[in-house]
Design a protein around this ligand. Structure first.
Ligand SMILES: Nc1ncnc2c1ncn2[C@@H]1O[C@H](COP(=O)(O)OP(=O)(O)O)[C@@H](O)[C@H]1O
Ligand SMILES: [Mg+2]
Length: 337
């Protein structure tokens, strides 16, 4: 029996695990992340570190994507490929065109020119609801209207609003009820996973900043997407929830989803991304793995050209113990309210 094996000794046949080494669920999630991260790093090892680099298994391939506002070339991307199953970060100084490119790819804005494919299918010009139906979803900020709804109703809406209202409305009533039960069950599962299970009946507006971000992510997963797009998932999040959000994003990748996120927090980019695409003045100016990208001269120039005081990656926030410290501070703050 493994329970009778003295700690520190391995059974002779080597088949029974030492109870001291049986991982707890949180540790195995971390281990799983490390494994998928290593595998993806190997897949991307031979990819040239240059803008527009072809990928071994791209889920998005874009060409000549342009968007101008007045005279400004907000986006002018020659070629871009996003690797399937990886976490890709889109970074760059303010005004670089990150959000505009994100909006074009997700169907929330129309390009002036360009073609792009998702899962091998040409999708330029397709509306957001159509993109969601094909498996690409994005998170939405909690609007005023959504804040006045319960957390559960936000989740239920997540199942339909990205695909368009007509889908459920056109179904026969008994089918609709069956589907509704399934939707509610899926919502409950996701709320548990994002530690929002006991908030289901609360108004979404009563959630903390970090919990709102979790709800936004949970809601996006209602349609079982293959690709999740996140625009600044960490903006306004209390440091105590940073680690938890990072873990949730990595878990998406570990389950086989592709993640593309826009972010200017370099700590987060270095900590979780498999590949980084750098934009400046509408163009992609550099690409590479997170460990080396900040040494690229084009990247340094892009940031320093825009704002000289940019912190290019002090990892203090993610050092061991820092999260606990922030959490303790946050709790102390709560207690004094
Ligand atoms: N709706 C809009 N109308 C006019 N100009 C816009 C609009 N959206 C973005 N821009 C301009 O396009 C450029 C890129 O903006 P954006 O994509 O928001 O950059 P980022 O997300 O990288 O900060 C900026 O110069 C911005 O002012
Ligand atoms: Mg932006």
């Amino acid at each position: 029996m493994s329970a009778e094996t003295p700690p520190g000794t391995s059974p002779a046949d080597g088949t029974t695990p030492d109870p001291a080494t049986v991982p707890d669920p949180a540790e195995s999630a971390t281990a799983r992340s490390a494994v998928s991260r290593e595998r993806i790093a190997r897949d991307l090892a031979a990819v040239p570190r240059s803008p527009g680099a072809p990928k071994p298994d791209p889920i998005i391939v874009a060409d000549g994507v342009r968007r101008t506002f007045g005279g400004i070339h907000a986006v002018d991307v020659e070629h871009l490929e996003v690797q399937r199953g990886a976490i890709t970060a889109l970074i760059g100084p303010n005004g670089a065109g990150k959000t505009t490119l994100f909006n074009l790819l997700t169907g929330f804005d129309r390009a002036d020119a360009g073609t792009w494919s998702f899962e091998g299918r040409q999708v330029q010009g397709k509306a957001a609801a159509r993109m969601a139906g094909l498996g690409m979803v994005r998170t939405f900020q909690l609007t005023k209207a959504l804040s006045r709804m319960t957390v559960m109703d936000n989740m239920r809406l997540g199942a339909v609003d990205q695909r368009g209202e007509t889908v459920l409305g056109s179904l026969l009533p008994w089918l609709w009820r069956a589907q509704e039960a399934e939707i509610t069950e899926r919502a409950r599962e996701l709320l548990e996973r994002f530690k929002l299970g006991d908030k289901a009946d609360d108004f979404a507006g009563s959630l903390s900043g970090g919990q709102r971000k979790l709800l936004e992510m949970a809601r996006a997963l209602m349609t079982r997407p293959t690709m999740v797009m996140l625009d600044e998932p960490m903006a306004g999040v209390n440091p105590a929830l940073t680690q938890s959000l990072l873990g949730h994003i990595q878990a998406l990748r570990d389950e086989g989803m592709t993640v593309l996120f826009v972010e200017h927090d370099m700590h987060m980019v270095r900590h979780i991304s498999d590949w980084v695409v750098v934009m400046a003045e509408g163009r992609t100016v550099a690409e590479g793995p997170p460990g080396t990208i900040m040494q690229d001269q084009a990247v340094v120039d892009a940031y320093l050209g825009a704002h000289h005081d940019t912190d290019l990656g002090d990892d203090a926030l993610l050092e061991e113990g820092a999260a606990d410290q922030y959490e303790a501070e946050a709790e102390a703050e709560e207690a004094t309210k």
